[in-house]
Design a protein around this ligand. Structure first.
Ligand code: ADP
Ligand code: MG
Length: 368
């Protein structure tokens, strides 16, 4: 038997209404102790509201916020063992890095010697021990972000809440900070709840991703689950390129299911207790096949799922080459194929008639 991870914070049926508009619709979310969870969704989907409800900056209209199973809905912000890192860092401009980082401990009334030791230790964690005497204005954006982080970590919170903390950094620095944060979290093992609207950022950093849309949680899962086994079309389209083919569900086998479409009959393997496995015959659905799972030409021989196609477009995109094909039986259906690039180029030309294929393990079905 596998051990159940301990739940640190839980939102149970939490809804939030602002001026008569419900912006969060009774969500349930359990944050595991020690995990790095990212909350991902487009602007306005309710990400910041989730963070503020946990942090205690706003109160739920309905439902409860639990910490270690106890209702903390009425607990004031400063009594919650959480710390927030904001996008604009919110450092004190007139204080040195050392004073900024030590501030939380000073408020708690810790001794000067103890504060000094802890500040040095924490600045080492964020690789800023040389910068203790500087003022925020003398630091780069990335360094300021690390000061903000150090200031949050030093109080040893049970949970660190981060609301799009890397939004102000340029692309390269942002990637550096992503790796830095991820490694730091592994080292200190504190639970992180990290809000972002950037899918790549969410996928690279998270143990689990919570995908939000219009004030609802669409799916919570590991990056692989969300990418390969999205629960619905929204999530399937949200992450990277995907091919979606309209199908009707056919016979359900022991391990796979028949899918009927106007471009052929396919089979898809069902993993675990898939909702689709239980769905009734003839229900409409979408078959999802990632472009990198599609093979083309001879490689399609012997594949369980095959389709006759015409090459419409080829392109070289660095490490991958992209081929767009149309289905012979339905030219308006376009399928994207991604192949590893080879020095010889793609052995296909526009107008070629060939076949594509994919294995029954490399596809996924969602019902409409
Ligand atoms: P996100 O962080 O995903 O962009 P938010 O949680 O900030 O989304 O906002 C979700 C919705 O709630 C938005 O429609 C926003 O306009 C609304 N909202 C957020 N805060 C307030 C507030 N204090 N008063 C009124 N509406 C708000
Ligand atoms: Mg926000």
């Amino acid at each position: 038997m596998t051990e159940q991870p301990k739940t640190l914070v839980e939102l149970s049926g939490v809804a939030k209404v602002y001026g008569g508009v419900e912006v969060l619709h009774a969500i349930d979310l359990a944050l595991r102790d020690g995990e790095f969870m990212t909350v991902l969704g487009p602007s306005g989907s309710g990400k910041t509201t989730v963070l503020r409800l946990i942090g205690g900056l706003v109160q739920p209209t309905r439902g409860k916020v639990l910490l270690d199973g106890r209702d903390i809905s009425a607990m004031p912000i400063n009594r919650r063992p959480f710390n927030t890192v904001f996008q604009d860092y919110a450092l004190f401009p007139h204080m040195t890095v050392e004073a900024n980082v030590g501030y939380g401990l000073k408020v708690r009334g810790e001794s000067r010697a103890r504060i000094r030791d802890r500040v040095i230790e924490t600045l080492r964690l964020v690789a800023l021990e040389e910068f203790a005497g500087r003022y925020p204005s003398q630091l780069s954006g990335g360094q300021q972000q690390r000061v903000a982080l150090a200031r949050a970590i030093i109080c040893e919170p049970r949970l660190i809440l981060l609301d799009e903390p890397l939004g102000a950094l340029d692309a390269e620095l942002r990637r550096q900070m992503q790796r830095f944060l991820k490694n730091l979290q592994r080292e200190i093992r504190t639970t992180f709840l990290f809000v972002t609207h950037d899918q790549e950022e969410a996928v690279t950093m998270a143990d689990r991703i919570c995908v939000m849309n219009h004030g609802r949680i669409e799916q919570i899962g590991s990056p692989e689950e969300v990418y390969y086994r999205p629960v619905n079309e929204y999530v399937a389209r949200f992450f990277g390129d995907n091919n979606l083919i309209d199908v009707a569900l056919g016979e359900a086998g022991e391990e796979d299911r028949e899918l009927v479409s106007d471009v052929g009959s396919f089979r898809c393997r069902l993993e675990g207790r898939s909702a689709v496995g239980a769905a009734t015959r003839d229900s409409p659905g979408k078959l999802l096949v990632r472009p990198e799972a599609v093979v083309i030409g001879e490689a399609a021989n012997g594949m369980r799922n095959r389709m006759k196609v015409r090459v419409e477009e080829t392109g070289f995109v660095g490490p991958v080459s992209q081929v767009t094909v149309s289905a012979a039986a339905k030219p308006e259906l376009r399928i994207m194929v991604k192949l590893p690039s080879r020095a010889g180029g793609i052995p296909l030309a526009v107008g070629d008639e060939t076949e594509i294929g994919w294995s029954d393990r490399e596809c996924h079905v969602v019902t409409a």
